[in-house]
Design a protein around this ligand. Structure first.
Ligand code: CP
Ligand code: NVA
Length: 313
């Protein structure tokens, strides 16, 4: 059975019901992995991974995940393909999607992945753009559910929760807002001035899913989860020095964690810079779940790839 063509370009490309299924399925797939039980629904299927930016976690989680499910992977970068030599994205999409069953892309503007998807015969997955990082937020939510909820009723524990976002109004922040809008929790956002989230870019329907705080400590008050990201995202390296100064007070420290709920978790999509966006005591401390968060990329993405190719099983 083959699923009708659907892409995963933004978090809200799937419904709350789809996420409920995917989180339960990810738990099932993770259990198989942990018990060395084979789970190979994608035998003879292949995934092309296109990286226009660097990656550790996204590459290994998709690549290992696809092999574990019985499939194969082709890895392309801008430097070693015609993508870096100005072949139109539409032509690349038409060619690549005739030879594989799935495509994952990490690139710059969201419009680029949209143009690729519009010309693709197979599902396209967003592995990070300037605007969004949906696979990461799926992993983050799954990690929260594992620690604070119940994977048999995965969405319940998210209702009404508060996520404190401390830092840049970037791809991660935008995706947190979409997730909050869709799944019924709130984001307390604190960014330096000039680096605010833009609800139009985030593509959220209800502004009620987030609240803005000037002071990062205030944003963390009563939060169930505190999370942050690098001060300078990939593609913005020229702004490094200006950002270093602007973001100096947006370092998640022990005071911020103490302002959050006593059972609050800390997350970071990684890579992290200790002493910049987060203190070592926090990321390496007892409330941090960053290693589970990184591992869970693989389990949720295996569930996602299976879902896009085979539907609900
Ligand atoms: N979190 C994340 O996407 O990591 P990589 O940049 O290493 O893929
Ligand atoms: N916001 C970061 C996330 C890295 C996984 C970036 O885009 O570089």
């Amino acid at each position: 059975m083959t699923q009708a063509l659907s892409h995963y370009l933004q978090f809200n490309d799937l419904t709350a019901q789809d996420y409920a299924y995917l989180f339960s399925r990810a738990a099932f797939i993770k259990h198989k992995f942990k018990t060395y039980a084979k789970h190979q629904p994608l035998t003879d299927r292949s995934l092309a991974m296109i990286f226009e930016k660097a990656s550790t976690r996204t590459r290994i989680s998709f690549e290992a995940g696809m092999y574990q499910m019985g499939g194969a992977v082709v890895h392309l970068t801008t430097g070693d393909s015609q993508l870096g030599r100005a072949e139109p994205i539409e032509d690349s999409a038409k060619v690549i999607s005739r030879m594989v069953d799935l495509v994952m892309i990490r690139t710059y503007e969201q419009t680029k992945i949209e143009r690729f998807a519009a010309n693709s015969r197979v599902p396209v997955i967003n592995g990070l753009t300037n605007e969004f990082h949906p696979c990461q937020i799926m992993a983050d939510l799954f990690t929260y559910i594992e620690h604070r909820g119940d994977v048999t009723q995965p969405l319940q524990c998210l209702q009404g929760k508060v996520v404190a976002w401390v830092g840049d109004g970037n791809n991660m922040a935008n995706t947190w807002l979409q997730a909050a809008d869709l799944l019924g929790f709130k984001v307390h956002v604190s960014t330096p001035s000039g680096y605010e989230v833009d609800p139009a870019v985030a593509g959220i329907g209800h502004a009620s899913c987030y609240r803005v705080f000037r002071d990062p400590l205030e944003a963390c008050q009563g939060a169930d989860l505190v999370t942050t990201d690098v001060w300078t995202s990939m593609g913005f390296e020229a702004e490094n020095e200006t950002r270093r100064q602007a973001f100096a007070a947006w370092c998640v420290d022990q005071n911020m964690m103490a302002a959050a709920k006593p059972d609050a978790l800390f997350m970071h999509c990684l890579p992290a810079h200790r002493g910049e966006e987060v203190q070592a005591e926090v990321i390496d401390g007892p409330q941090s779940v960053v290693w589970d968060e990184a591992e869970n990329r693989m389990h949720v993405q295996k569930a996602l790839m299976e879902f896009l190719l085979l539907g609900r099983l």
